[in-house]
Structures are given as C-alpha cells and as structure tokens.
Design a protein around this ligand. Sequence first.
Ligand code: C2E
Ligand code: MG
Ligand code: MG
Ligand code: MG
Length: 274
Amino acid sequence: QAKARGRNGFQFYAPSMTGEGVERLRLETMLRRSIEKDEIFLNYQPQVEVDSGRLIGVEALVRWDNPELGLVAPVRFIPLAEDTGFINQLGKWVLYESCRQMIRWQDAGLYVPKIAVNLSVKQFERGSIVCMVAEILKETGLEPHRLQLEVTESVIMNTGDALVFINDLHAIGVGLAIDDFGTGYSSLAYLKQLPVQTLKIDRSFIKDISTDSNDEAIAIAIIQLGKSLNLSVIAEGVETEDQAAFLLRHGCNQAQGYLYSRPELASVILERWR
Ligand code: C2E
Ligand code: MG
Ligand code: MG
Ligand code: MG
C-alpha cells in the first residue's frame, strides 16, 4: 500500500514502515487499550503433587482476547508490551487480579495454597516493584507466603539491581521461583546467594525425557541441584504418565502440565478442585 503511494511520489512513511512495521503499530495500539476494553484475563494452571495428585498451587497466565485478532498468545504480546512499556500496567493488573482471585476462591470454599505470577525483566528495571507488590498484598489481604513470583535466569543475571529487589521481596515474605530453569545460564554461586525457593525445570527438557539421554541427564542434574541447595523443584510441561513416572523415580514430586490440566478459567478451577 505504501509502495503504491510511493510510486505517486508521496513518501510520507519512514523507510522502516514496512508491512511488518504497520502491523506492529496496529497491534501496539490495540494492546494499549486492551485492559480498559476488558480484553485481558487470566488463566490458571494447576500445579500438583505427582504421587498424590493434590493441588499445591496454580500459575497465573495472562490472555488477550481481541474481537478483531482473536486470542493472541503471550509470546506474541508480552515482548511487545515490554518494548512499549505497557508491561508495567499489564504486570500490575495481572498481580492484582491473581491475588484477588486467591481470595475469591477461598471465599467460595477452595483453598489454593499458592499462586505463581510471572514477572518480566522490565518490571525490575522499573524499580518500584517491591512497593507495588506490598501494596497489592495489603489491599487484597493475601498472605505474602502464598504469592510466588517467577523470574527467568536472564532476569536475574542481566538486571543490575535484581539481587536488591529479590532480597526486598524476600523480606516482605513473598516466594521466588526461577522459571525455565536450565535454558539460561545462571551462575550456581549466585544462585546459592539468592533467597529462591523453587526451580522450575523447563518444558524443553521434560518433552523428550524418556528418549533423549541429554535431556534426561539435565533433568536429573536439576533435581539433584535442588536437593543440594535445599530448593523445591517443579517440572513444567508434563504431558504423559511416562514423564510423571520418570520424575517420581528421580525424586521430583511437583509438576505442572497438560497431563494434569491445561490453563483454565478461575471458574473451571473452582469447579474441578473444590
Ligand atoms: P511460562 O511462564 O514458562 O509458562 C508456561 C507455559 O507453558 C504456558 O504458556 C503454558 O500454557 C504452557 N504449558 C503448560 N503446560 C504445558 C504442557 O504440558 N505442554 C505444553 N506444550 N505447554 C504447556 P503460555 O500461557 O502461552 O505462556 C507463555 C509464556 O508467556 C510464559 O511461559 C511466560 O513466560 C509468559 N507469560 C504468561 N503470562 C505472563 C504474565 O502474566 N506476565 C509475564 N511477564 N509473562 C507471562
Ligand atoms: Mg512461568
Ligand atoms: Mg516456564
Ligand atoms: Mg517460558
């Protein structure tokens, strides 16, 4: 379209405004209005104890349902939200809604022990994360130990003040998990210093656990590392009974994945686990 106009001698567009650029801008504009338009909601994926099937927690996963675009995957809009700064507003909304939902479930007769919420690196760069979390906990009435924040290794290793923020979060009683563990490279010495409670074995290692000896070795190593450092270890993306049996055999009794449940609406969680 811009090309056609260009042929007529009108070149108002910047050279970077390719089709992709236009599409991105459109997405950006729509994303910015998504909260006020009520298009953002959360799904919750159960985390279970493998041997008993008991519910030990849920992970909150953000969803964007736009009338024009349909359901947009987080891998598409989280990076965009990070680039535009919208992630701060979105992250706050997610945190608030997650804590509030825990109380709603409780009032309806379902006690979910813990909720895990993903944090973006940009939220750390912002600096005020600790105050925000404390304020949300106070306002919703959720006990701090029932909130677990998930960060990736790269967040920890690449954020200058991460250690300070993480220690502050620990000081107010909030839990911390390292997401997608094994895919980044955290220094083990650094890990030991952090007030982290949980390692989440990345889905990519679980996928071919029974057929790929490298993945098997990595998964076992992470489980052992957790034991040595006295951390709990949870496996992500568990889809088969074989994978669950493997985990149990090697001493990992916490899992999350389609085998147990897909991410669901709060009402579905209530119905199924109450
Ligand atoms: P994550 O935190 O590692 O979340 C786990 C992802 O694996 C989720 O994808 C979940 O739906 C998917 N999953 C769970 N079990 C299985 C399984 O058995 N098989 C397969 N194939 N997939 C499984 P989702 O919801 O698309 O989220 C993708 C990523 O987007 C998340 O990865 C997280 O990094 C990010 N994300 C999601 N919600 C938020 C949020 O509220 N804030 C931030 N900053 N990031 C978020
Ligand atoms: Mg996560
Ligand atoms: Mg993960
Ligand atoms: Mg991930």
